[in-house]
Design a protein around this ligand. Structure first.
Ligand code: ZN
Length: 106
């Protein structure tokens, strides 16, 4: 489903929207999550930080249900959603085998 996957190997890097270049994770801001209109979701292996309405509508279960399910795998949940021409950015969290996943679409 994702037409492109971008890997970022630094936990300190800002994450910019590949469409409008806005820093949607901006470490210089006190509120570091700054979704733009293209942002589908911002998530970590531990849970979702932001989900857009248009992405949540396509999810098979709600974010609350996923967060209540200790066995839930956030990456698998994201993969299940069929969203046309989405771009996934996977960035390291600075902890082994832990990532942040940020999705974008026009
Ligand atoms: Zn954007």
């Amino acid at each position: 489903m994702y037409q492109q996957i971008i890997e970022i190997d630094s936990a300190e890097s800002n994450i910019s929207c590949p469409i409008c270049q806005q820093a949607v994770v901006d470490w210089t801001q006190e509120q570091y999550i700054q979704p733009c209109e293209h942002t589908l979701f911002i998530a970590m292996d531990l849970g979702f930080e932001f989900v857009s309405d248009r992405f949540e509508e396509k999810m098979s279960r709600s974010v609350d249900q996923i967060h209540d399910d200790e066995a839930a795998n956030i990456y698998e949940e994201i993969q299940k959603v069929d969203f046309e021409h989405a771009i996934l950015v996977r960035s390291e969290l600075g902890v082994e085998n832990m990532y942040r996943y940020t999705g974008f679409a026009v």
